[in-house]
Design a protein around this ligand. Sequence first.
Ligand code: PEP
Ligand code: MN
Length: 345
Amino acid sequence: MIVLMNIDATADQVEQVVAAIDARGLRPLRLPGGEHVAVGVASAIAPQARDDLAGSLTALPGVSHVVHVSRPYKLASREFHAAPTEVRVGGVSIGGRECIVIAGPCAVESREQIFASAEAVKSAGARVLRGGAFKPRTSPYSFQGLHLEGLQLLKEVRDQVGIATVTEVVDPHDVETVAAHVDMLQIGARSMQNYSLLIAAGQSGHPVLLKRGPSASLDELLFAAEYILNQGNERVVLCERGVHPLDRTYTRNTLDLNAVPVLKDISHLPVVVDPSHGIGHAKYVPDMARAAIAAGADGLIVEVHPNPPQALSDGQQSLTPEHFTALMATLTRVARAVDRDLSAG
Ligand code: PEP
Ligand code: MN
């Protein structure tokens, strides 16, 4: 159960609600929220006591209304927030009728590479440019990213080419710096349960693209989102990027498209799909990209490199600009078939 306070509720009124929940032997949970402060009831409530409790809490001063939320993650649940949430990133809205495509290289490698990527993906219709400046790699000997130089290039390319940007942050201490250079923070699959990173991203108020860990259940993903949301940051986009495969002979991961309709049903947050990491081979990416839009995704994040064989990371799964342009044309048709539109800027 969640008690939503009026926007102008005083701290005293919030404390009265907390005390009323406490007095019944239940555990109150303060939920800062964006506009409204809310108070949750963390303990299970006996069904016969529910209406009575809701009635007496609704009668307290400063209370707007009471919502029954049976899911353990409260703020991320559809019960708490029935309408789909739209997250604004730069000038782009994710989670509305229009599906959006985020595209770009796995990593920012050089000025020429990121500018060429930005021009190419923008002219093909991508609304957000991706590119990692901090690359969490399996091997410490692999390319780790350009770090601050990469962030500066992302800022330059955004200002000169005119496209919103997203990049991964791996260290909670870097959140502020990364947020100062790009429009959206990416929390990578490996970091999904780095709770101090989630809290720091929540406190930044910046939009967050939260990737599902390769072994994470959907509940674990939504709990990770809850860490960001309960810092008062409602700008969270969920991302399915593939789970551990049964075998890696033909694919890098298994793209769990089941996650799309399920997450859209149980949560109000937008869902995007990463077919590049999901399947791991460029030649299969377009089919899975189309499948993701057909399954109801609000958007895609696709790796595109001006010269994939020369890429410093993930070249095997990166589309060329030509293949990406061809993919976009087919995505427009798939989006229409499921009563959506592909945002073309
Ligand atoms: C990436 O987007 O390049 C990346 C490292 O993704 P993930 O965290 O999903 O592995
Ligand atoms: Mn990558």
